[in-house]
Design a protein around this ligand. Structure first.
Ligand code: SAM
Ligand code: SF4
Ligand code: SF4
Length: 373
């Protein structure tokens, strides 16, 4: 028996014992955790690889040729992803986001989109199926993604200035190609495209105003994201976080007047604003300065099939072990039960505790490229 199989079987046995002690729960329609937060969103990481080396996410020094990326056989297949996603939807998930690593690097990703797009919520509505990409391959893929049934798209873009953009992606990728990708997404029929900019103090913060001006009348929604202490590789420092309040101040000093917009759903991560002339929505994702754990309804499925209930979790729950090592007729029931158990015992609220417990930021955390942003 190969070394790699042993721990998986052991995990499956441990899960067996645990599941045997609790009553089976399947297709509940809705699940609440210990803080009364419903399970509504599922983020699925389809690859741990990326063609960028953003310094705040996959710095070159760590993610180099010696980095132990997952072998292909460790990744969930599209059929496995669909099977697990169906169980989450039966537990109340309404929105699925494909992410990574860079999701457009996963071969035939549009096939997975087509498979997931037919899912219906427990109320019979279409699933809100979205994808977050760095945009590098969007020019080539946008139409296929739209045709496959992707509902919406988010593009990450940290600068408009080409030199700064290349500094952020650290692989010399030109900003013009990402802007072409965004145009291709528009042409393919995507609307309300979201543009995510991570603002890192002392690095790309001078790009805030050009970005706000550029996207004001584009029809796209620009969102500023506070730099977070995810993973263990980016050397995060609190003084490099630019709080959203400071960005609003910067925009106002530059002559832009903003007015708040109401939130569209309770679990929304961004606070929404628009220019006072009614043109251009701007969002702020203030994970550090104004934690939104109280409404966090997101579960995350890692590239190799582990379930995480928080971006800052240290350990995941191995769904793949159950999926690949159980007898066929029991698999779905057991997986469904495990998902319910995990969610109903969830108490995560890392961002609310970050400032209270200084040792917290030092604890072991998984990488964003593995778990998906
Ligand atoms: N590669 C795709 C992309 O960049 O859009 C998808 C995966 S990426 C991990 C998802 C999102 O996480 C991106 O918008 C990225 O900017 C954000 N992100 C990564 N590391 C971050 C950090 N340390 N703080 C805040 N956001 C981060
Ligand atoms: Fe890649 Fe996205 Fe991470 Fe940048 S943020 S390194 S594009 S996964
Ligand atoms: Fe959700 Fe964890 Fe982020 Fe809080 S810290 S919003 S619980 S992912």
């Amino acid at each position: 028996m190969s070394k790699k199989i042993i721990p998986i079987i052991q995990t499956a046995n441990r899960l067996d014992n645990w599941l045997a002690t609790t009553q089976m729960q399947t297709t509940t329609g809705s699940l609440l955790d210990t803080r009364q937060r419903p399970l509504q969103d599922l983020r699925i990481s389809v690859t741990d690889r990326c063609n960028f080396r953003c310094t705040y996410c996959m710095p070159k020094e760590v993610f180099n040729k010696d980095y132990p990326y997952l072998p292909h056989g460790d990744l969930l297949s599209f059929e496995e992803i669909l099977r697990i996603a169906q169980l989450f939807v039966a537990h109340g998930v309404r929105k699925i986001r494909l992410t990574g690593g860079e999701p457009l690097l996963r071969k035939n990703i549009e096939d997975l989109v087509a498979m997931l797009s037919v899912l219906r919520t427990v109320d019979g509505e279409a699933i809100d199926l979205t994808l977050t990409t760095n945009g590098a391959l969007l020019g080539r893929k946008a139409q296929a993604l739209k045709d496959a049934g992707l509902s919406r798209i988010t593009v990450s873009l940290d600068a408009l200035d080409d030199t700064m953009f290349k500094r952020m992606n650290d692989v010399d990728f030109p900003v013009g190609d990402v802007l072409d990708g965004i145009r291709a997404a528009s042409t393919a029929g995507f609307t309300n495209i979201k543009i995510n900019m991570v603002v890192k103090g002392g690095t790309n913060d001078q790009e805030v105003i050009p970005m706000a001006r550029y996207f004001k009348s584009s029809g796209h929604i620009l969102r500023f994201i506070e730099y977070m202490d995810v993973g263990a590789s980016n050397g995060w420092k609190l003084d490099e976080v630019v709080p959203s309040a400071e960005i609003i101040e910067k925009l106002e000093q530059a002559g832009m007047r903003l007015q708040p917009l109401g939130s569209q759903s309770a679990s929304e991560t961004a606070t929404r604003w628009q220019h006072s002339d009614g043109q251009g929505e701007i969002g702020f994702i203030s994970s550090v300065s104004q934690a939104f754990c109280h409404s966090c309804s997101r579960a995350r499925l890692s590239t190799q099939g582990k379930l995480y209930t928080c971006l800052f979790a240290s350990e995941g729950h191995d769904l793949r072990a159950l999926l690949r090592h159980q007898q066929e007729d029991q698999v779905d029931q057991r997986l469904s039960h495990l998902i319910a158990q995990v969610w109903q015992t969830r108490d995560d609220h890392y961002s609310e505790m970050r400032h209270q417990q200084t040792d917290l930021t030092q604890r072991k955390k998984i990488e964003m490229s593995y778990i998906g942003g």
